[in-house]
Design a protein around this ligand. Structure first.
Ligand code: PXG
Length: 292
C-alpha cells in the first residue's frame, strides 16, 4: 500500500494527491508551512508547531479552514493511516485556487495538505565529525519586507543561499542580515559557545524562531548552562569554542569550521554533545502521543 496524503479533508493516494496550477501557493508562494517530526509514536512539540503555523497564516491574513484541534487531529490521522512511528511531517496551507492575478480575494478556499513520510536522516558523519559551513552573499530577507518569522511558501531567499553554499562545496550556509550581523542558516538556527556560555542571535536579527532553538535554550538552562540571545558578528563565530545548528530535521548538528576558520578543537564540542544527548531524551516524551 502506498503513501496516503491528507488533502482538504481526504486521505488520498500519493499519485492522486494533486493541486491546481492556479493555486496561489504555486503561482506566488502564497501560503505557509511547517516541518514536524514524530519519534516513536510521539509528535514532538506538535502544539508549538501548530501555533506557529496559525501565527504565520494570521500574519499573511490567510484563514485556515480548520481549528487548531482539528489540524492536530488531521496530523495524527495521517500518521495513523500510514502506520508511521517515526516520521517527517510537512503541513502546508496555500491560499488556494485563484486566477492569474495576485489578488487573494479570488482564492475562495485555502488548501490544507499534510504529508507524513519516513524521515530521511542526515548522514551520521555530520554528527560525528561536525559540519564545515560558509557565509554566503545572499542576506536574510528584511524583516520589514517579509518577516522571517513567517514560515511562508516563499523560501527563495533561503534556496538562493543554499545554492550558493552548494556551489562552493558546502552543505549549509550562514546568512547575515542586511546590517551584516549573523542571522541563521537556510533551514537551521545557529548557536555558538564561548567560555561555557551558549549564544544565539535574538529574534531582532531577522530569524525564524525555531522550535528546536527554543527547546535547546530551555534544555541548556535546565542543565545550568548560561544562555544569551545576543547580536553576533562573524568575528564571534570564528573565535567560538563550539558551534552547532538546530532544526527539526537536523536536531543538533555540530559545526567545526566556519569560512575556513577552525572552531575550537575542530571536533564536535563537549557542551554541544551534552545538549544533543539532552535533546534526544526530550524527544522521547515531549509531545503528542498517538497509537495505531
Ligand atoms: N531557520 C529556518 C530559516 C528554517 O526554515 C529553522 C530555522 C529551524 O526551525 P525548527 O522549528 O525546525 O527548529 C528552519 C526550519 C529541512 C527544512 O528540510 C527545514 C525548514 C524548512 C524547510 C526544510 O531541513 N525549516
Amino acid at each position: 500500500m502506498g503513501l496516503k496524503i491528507y488533502l482538504d479533508g481526504d486521505l488520498v493516494d500519493k499519485d492522486a494527491a494533486k493541486i491546481s496550477v492556479f493555486d496561489h501557493g504555486l503561482l506566488y508562494g502564497d501560503g505557509v508551512f511547517e516541518g514536524i517530526r514524530s519519534y516513536n509514536n510521539v509528535v514532538f512539540k506538535l502544539n508549538e508547531h501548530i501555533s506557529r503555523l496559525y501565527e504565520s497564516a494570521h500574519t499573511i491574513m490567510l484563514k485556515i479552514p480548520l481549528s487548531k484541534t482539528q489540524m492536530s487531529e488531521a496530523v495524527i490521522k495521517t500518521l495513523q493511516e500510514n502506520g508511521l512511528k517515526d516520521a517527517y511531517i510537512r503541513l502546508i496551507v496555500t491560499r488556494g485556487v485563484g486566477d492569474l492575478g495576485l489578488d487573494p480575494r479570488k482564492c475562495r478556499k485555502p488548501s490544507v495538505i499534510i504529508i507524513a513520510d519516513k524521515i530521511v536522516l542526515y548522514p551520521e558523519k555530520f554528527y560525528e565529525q561536525g559540519l564545515k559551513i560558509i557565509t554566503v552573499p545572499t542576506t536574510r530577507n528584511l524583516a520589514e519586507a517579509l518577516n522571517p518569522r513567517i514560515k511562508s511558501l516563499n523560501y527563495l531567499n533561503n534556496v538562493l543561499a543554499k545554492i550558493e553554499a552548494v556551489n562552493a562545496g558546502y552543505e549549509e550556509a550562514i546568512m547575515l542580515n542586511s546590517l551584516g550581523f549573523v542571522a541563521e542558516c537556510t533551514g537551521d538556527n545557529l548557536f555558538i559557545i564561548k567560555k561555557g556560555t551558549v549564544y544565539t542571535p535574538p529574534q531582532s536579527m531577522g530569524i525564524l524562531l525555531g522550535i528546536t532553538r527554543d527547546v535547546v535554550i530551555d534544555l541548556a538552562r535546565k542543565l545550568h548552562i548560561s544562555v544569551k540571545e545576543q547580536i553576533l558578528t562573524r568575528y564571534e563565530l570564528f573565535n567560538a569554542d563550539e558551534a552547532f545548528l538546530t532544526g527539526t530535521a537536523a536536531e543538533i548538528i555540530p559545526v567545526v569550521c566556519i569560512d575556513g576558520r577552525q572552531i575550537g578543537s575542530g571536533s564536535p564540542g563537549q557542551i554541544s554533545l551534552k545538549l544533543l544527548q539532552a535533546f534526544k531524551k526530550a524527544t522521547e516524551n515531549d509531545g503528542t502521543k498517538y497509537n495505531f
